[in-house]
Design a protein around this ligand. Sequence first.
Ligand code: 5GP
Ligand code: ZN
Length: 136
Amino acid sequence: MDCIFCDIVSHKSPAWIIYQDNDITAFFDYFPASKGHLLIVPNIHNSDIYDVPDTTLQKIASLSKKIALFYKEHLDIPALNILQNNGQAAGQVVFHYHMHLIPRIPWDNITLWWTPDESHRDSYDELRDYIQKNFS
Ligand code: 5GP
Ligand code: ZN
């Protein structure tokens, strides 16, 4: 399979890797939104959130926090977006799961926002029931 992030994980393609272990790899985005824009990926080819094992997600979350704290405490970067796209309609372009860490400073001109639509102010009761039964 042709996948740029698989190639980066296996060192077939170059990238500025800051961390790698048996499960995950973190490297700088090649087309960054801001200085320090990082991606964290599973080493195996999981396309999106629907595919990634929970233990891998936990490691990615944990590494995100370490990096976030470093940016805040050592580089004095006051804010950070952590985001992750699943599916074309959500803006996913590379179909190997990745978490974005995007350092932010005031007035940096990066836009990530949507127009709120109050007509969507509603709930999915079946979701609440499902989660209460199936997640603990
Ligand atoms: P997505 O829109 O799928 O969430 O984001 C894909 C990200 O991968 C983009 O931010 C893009 O800049 C980054 N990207 C695409 N190709 C490469 C590459 O070859 N190397 C690196 N380091 N990042 C890439
Ligand atoms: Zn891949």
